[in-house]
Design a protein around this ligand. Structure first.
Ligand SMILES: C[S@@+](CC[C@H](N)C(=O)[O-])C[C@H]1O[C@@H](n2cnc3c(N)ncnc32)[C@H](O)[C@@H]1O
Length: 379
């Protein structure tokens, strides 16, 4: 048999042999297949890529996250053996802006911090290495997952990381809840030449959501529920690490503060939404983050949690308005207009300001990290 030339071919052969796969396995393979996975062979960021993340919009984002990390470090009583960890660092822009800010504002943390990057993509690791050259006191260490992170006090940053972790989907039918699977054959609903289509597992499963059982009776047939066990496990593992050594994690992502129902699985290519089963391995796949589920996992691992706030409220509390004004002082008219438009993109309610949410989880007994004061909710 010839070797498959695309992920669609490879996955189709697998499904032919093994039968339909879960949405989680489809997502995992599309993003992380070692040969053809979306993140494994490309750099998808920016205007010429598929999507733009907050640190790629403006240096202000990384600068404020850097100051956040500095305050957390002070709250931790400034340990010298501290690890600064990023989950899914993309191009490395966020960590580069954090380190530039710390070098100026809190050099003691800049020099003390050992940098650890959890990144699955070999290509992005190379890019991160280039971008962070000469920005860190000692060379960063890369990890496949969080289990190899060192046993030290830790400050962890995750921007648009959890949304890339696989979700399972379940559909309510007359006979109960069934897992949604990906099989062969065009999906009738997609109206296009997809190699794959959705189907349902035959055997019903118990009610999959964390929401109270009594809601189940009122849920309409065809409703979709999503779960993300990998994110919950990761959060629990982080909890075990932060429980032993002081530390805090900052999670920024698009999603909802309360658990709910609905299909949030989505694909984007060249900044345009796509059907999730098209262009497998060539489009970014994400699903909204259920922050309430993350909080449940963190609390069960003994951590304290901040409230969930909008990105707008968080950046405002950290002083984005003052920072934008400061940058504009020495800017040309064109640069000022760019700063204003970046400010609007990061904080505007119709842009990233409301859809993106921010949560911190931290060792019990530490002070609440900055950025979560309720009075800053209105920008
Ligand atoms: C949407 S990008 C976010 C990049 C960056 N944080 C930013 O804000 O620009 C997702 C990042 O997470 C990485 N990633 C996704 N799933 C991962 C996994 N399971 N393990 C490790 N890295 C992963 C990707 O390779 C990429 O670097």
């Amino acid at each position: 048999m010839t070797l498959p030339r695309t992920l669609t071919e490879k996955l189709a052969r697998h499904i032919e042999q093994a039968g339909p796969i879960s949405v989680a396995e489809y997502m995992n393979t599309a993003l992380g297949d070692p040969e053809f996975g979306y993140y494994m062979s490309r750099e998808p960021f920016g205007r010429d890529g598929d999507f733009t993340t907050a640190p790629e919009i403006s240096q202000m984002f990384g600068e404020l996250v850097g100051l956040w990390a500095a305050q957390v470090w002070l709250n931790m009583e400034s340990p010298e053996n501290v690890s600064l960890v990023e989950l899914g660092p993309g191009r490395g822009t966020l960590m580069a802006d954090i380190m530039r800010t710390l070098a100026k504002a809190v050099p003691a943390l800049h020099d003390a911090a050992d940098i650890h990057l959890v990144e699955m993509s070999p290509q992005l690791r190379q890019e991160q290495k280039k971008v962070l050259k000469n920005k860190t006191t000692r060379p960063p260490t890369w990890h496949d997952g969080i289990d190899t992170l060192p046993d030290t006090p830790m400050i962890i940053i995750a921007n648009e990381f959890f949304d890339a972790l696989p979700v399972h989907q379940y559909v309510k039918s007359g006979s109960g809840w069934h897992e949604r699977l990906v099989g062969l054959g065009a999906d009738g609903a997609s109206g296009g030449p997809a190699a794959f289509g959705f189907c349902l597992a035959e055997t019903p499963i118990p009610y999959p959501q964390v929401l109270p059982q009594d809601i189940n009776a009122r849920i309409e047939v065809e409703t979709i529920a999503e779960t993300r066990p990998e994110a919950n496990t990761l959060m629990q593992d982080l909890g075990n690490k932060l429980g032993v050594h002081n530390g805090a994690a900052l999670i920024i992502d698009y999603g909802h503060a309360r658990s709910g129902f609905g299909d949030t699985f989505q694909a984007v290519k060249n900044h345009i939404p796509q059907h999730v089963l098209f262009n497998t391995g060539e489009a970014d796949l994400t699903a909204h983050v259920d922050f309430a589920a993350l909080i449940t996992a963190a609390v069960s691992a003994g951590l304290e949690t901040s409230p969930v706030v909008t990105q707008k409220a968080f950046l405002k509390a950290l002083g984005i308005k003052t920072r934008a004004e400061k940058l504009m002082e020495n800017a040309s008219a064109a640069q000022s207009s760019d700063i204003k438009s970046a400010f609007d993109r990061l904080t505007g309610p119709q842009q990233m300001g409301s859809l993106f949410k921010v949560l911190s989880v931290y060792t019990s007994g530490l002070a609440v990290p900055p950025g979560f004061e309720p009075e800053h909710e209105n920008l």
